[in-house]
Unconditional design. Structure first.
Length: 174
């Protein structure tokens, strides 16, 4: 019973810290993107939330995955639009190609992100500039990821209780 209570407290602490870091990162990334007059600051917000973790190593991994996926999706989308593959009928095949590229380069976790970025670009109307759109989605994503990386170095504000560190009655740590 005591172990369950300690685990619940530790889980709540981690969730609270992750939620707080995500919220701060999202807000900062969005504000910076707005300050820079970027087209869609929401992509900076999303990039920050997705790349946020409690450890710098995990944040780096999540952020790198997000940047690679955005790059693959953007590049696939602009290549498709350059080949005049645009509109609703081109969405499915272009998304399949973006996902396959992610799998080929080992970016499995980012495949869905690559697909949706590619789909957005392919669905742009004829007057839109796909290279411009793709470039700024990448810039906004990198901004969000950089904010998340920076926040991952802020020390955790809530430390585990001494009981959580010492371990349970049977000598195992939690």
């Amino acid at each position: 019973m005591k172990g369950e209570c300690s685990l619940a407290k530790a889980s709540f602490r981690s969730a609270l810290q992750l939620g707080t870091r995500s919220a701060v990162g999202a807000t900062l990334a969005f504000a910076i993107a707005q300050g820079l007059n970027l087209d869609f600051p929401i992509f900076a917000l999303v990039g920050a939330v997705i790349a946020t973790d409690l450890t710098p190593a995990q944040s780096r991994e999540l952020g790198l995955r997000r940047v690679v996926a955005t790059f693959v999706g953007a590049l696939t989308g602009v290549i498709a639009t350059s080949a005049k593959l645009t509109g609703l009928w081109a969405v499915a095949p272009s998304i399949v190609v973006a996902v396959l590229i992610c799998y080929r380069v080992g970016a499995y976790e980012g495949a869905r992100v690559a697909g949706y970025i590619c789909g957005l670009i392919v669905l742009l109307d004829e007057s839109a500039q796909p290279w411009h759109y793709a470039f700024f989605r990448l810039v906004e994503t990198v901004l969000g990821v950089l904010v998340a990386w920076g926040l991952s170095f802020v020390p955790k504000l809530l430390r585990p209780d001494q009981d959580d560190v010492e371990g349970s009655e049977d000598g195992t740590s939690r």
